[in-house]
Write a protein that binds this ligand. Structure first.
Ligand code: ZN
Length: 220
């Protein structure tokens, strides 16, 4: 109830369709079926939606579940985080708790790595070429910083050793997709000598990276 109270359903739905206020309700083209005239109604007081065309309906949680592919607890968590509501967990299945903790660790690892790549791009003398390349592609510092563009250094193990020093295990680095197993055993960084682009979810968490090779003989 507290999460529901805090959530702004008009703002949430507006990410998917343009809404116009009519009386106390808002109307727009349905985000669940294809149409040209609005039959999708949002009631901001009760935080409900209904489509007179395809009969999609539900509350703010249901909407987030449907559009963001989440289950109910995840939808509650997502909205709680977005609207600043603290959740208390009374009892949690230990396995679910373990899973949640593990995911949180991987997000932390990815976030940390994104910051490292970003710092490397702006501060390392070895990133001169990457900066020149980006400038030549017409990308200014402001937009690069806004999107968290960075650079992965050339050595084989910079992220690996840096993350290990910060307390992360090799197994976590593998799970996050940041390192891979070498053919002769051992592990090495997946991204090397590449411009990196963090891929974030709707909650702003880094889930992974896209990366552009800088040497001609390397694959995208
Ligand atoms: Zn519809």
């Amino acid at each position: 109830e507290r999460v529901k109270e805090a959530a702004d359903i008009v703002e949430i739905v507006s990410a998917y369709t343009d809404l116009q206020q009519r009386g106390q309700d808002y109307w727009g083209n349905c985000p669940f079926h294809d149409e040209r005239t609005p039959s999708f109604k949002v009631n901001p007081r009760d935080k409900l939606y209904y489509c007179f065309g395809c009969e999609a309906s539900g509350d703010v949680f249901r909407f987030v579940e449907e559009k963001e592919g989440l289950d109910f607890p995840q939808a509650v968590e997502s909205l709680a985080e977005r609207y600043g509501v603290e959740l208390e967990r009374e009892s949690e299945d230990p396995r679910a708790e373990e899973k949640r903790r593990r995911r949180a660790r991987l997000w932390e690892l990815l976030e940390r790595t994104a910051k490292f790549y970003e710092r490397y791009l702006w501060e390392s003398p070895k990133a001169d070429r990457a900066r020149a390349y980006l400038a030549q592609r017409g990308l200014g510092e402001e937009v690069l910083r806004r999107f968290g563009v960075g650079m992965a250094p050339s050595p084989w193990d910079q992220v690996l050793t840096g993350s290990q020093r910060a307390g992360f295990k090799v197994e976590e680095l593998l799970a996050a997709g940041l390192t891979q197993k070498g053919r002769q055993g051992g592990h090495y960084d997946r991204f090397r000598n590449r411009i990196t682009f963090p891929i974030r979810d709707q909650r702003g968490r880094v889930l992974g990276f896209g990366a552009r090779a800088l040497s001609r003989d390397e694959q995208p």
